[in-house]
Design a protein around this ligand. Structure first.
Ligand SMILES: [Zn+2]
Length: 246
């Protein structure tokens, strides 16, 4: 029997335990005590629908704090897999970079069935990315679009240095306007990671502008206050995710 993990936001703990116990009851194992289950369910429709965009962001902030303090939730991935088999009710769609050091689900401590994830070098909003995010919000009911850049981003550095390679050349072109928009008085070179990180922040803001401009579907959902489109920057050094004011 697995012990309950020691720390979890109280409301979520209760909800997950309640769900897990009722699932056990259905399967004829109701005799097991509450302490015999851990985080055994992904989000239910009711739990997700009861969340607001603000509470989703708060959930992410708490998850990142657990990651920072090395006390992640004890995810029972197989149970989460089973509970989400017949339906998924993720709370958000995350757009982040492909960088192997910036896995959104780990650094925000989320489980299976909790977030849609689109990953592309430089976290830009290409047409297919927009289509994926529109599906996540307009069809599946996600409450937040979280654009997450990160420090020491190779795509940003590549754009600054005018790197050219196959299809990557065109992708980097989409980042370049963010370089010009970045106000920075120091050395504006790719070898200066202070500048690279400043451009990464601008690039997140630029991506959000592009989402507003190129996705009337998401813009309308935000205008109706059904979703929030929020920017953030993950710091490889230290592990903190800074959420931009919106
Ligand atoms: Zn990157």
């Amino acid at each position: 029997m697995k012990p309950l993990p020691p720390i979890e936001p109280p409301r979520r703990t209760l909800l997950k335990q309640t769900f897990a116990v009722s699932a056990l009851a259905i399967s004829g194992l109701a005799g097991l005590s509450v302490t015999s289950v851990s985080f055994a369910a992904s989000l239910s429709k009711e739990q997700r629908d009861n969340m607001t965009p603000e509470s989703v962001i708060e959930h992410f902030k708490q998850g990142n704090l657990r990651f920072l303090e090395n006390r992640p939730v004890q995810h029972d991935y197989l149970a989460q897999k089973r509970s989400s088999l017949t339906g998924q009710y993720p709370m958000a769609v995350i757009l982040s970079c492909i960088d192997s050091r910036a896995p959104a689900e780990i650094i925000l401590d989320t489980g299976i069935g909790e977030t849609f994830n689109t990953r592309i070098a430089g976290n830009i909003s290409s047409r297919d990315v927009l289509a994926s995010m529109e599906f996540a919000c307009a069809v599946e009911g996600a409450k937040v679009v979280l654009v997450m850049g990160h420090t020491r981003c190779g795509a940003i550095r590549g754009a600054i240095e005018n790197a050219e390679l196959g299809n990557l050349t065109g992708l980097l072109e989409e980042i370049k306007p963010a370089i010009e928009k970045t106000q920075y008085s120091g050395e504006r070179k790719g070898s200066n990671y202070d500048f690279v990180d400043a451009v990464a922040k601008t690039n997140v803001e630029q991506t959000i502008d592009n989402i507003h401009k190129n996705s009337p579907v998401l813009k309308e959902l935000e205008d109706q206050q059904k979703i929030k489109i929020v920017g953030s920057l993950y710091h490889l050094d230290g592990g903190k995710v800074d959420f931009f004011a919106s």
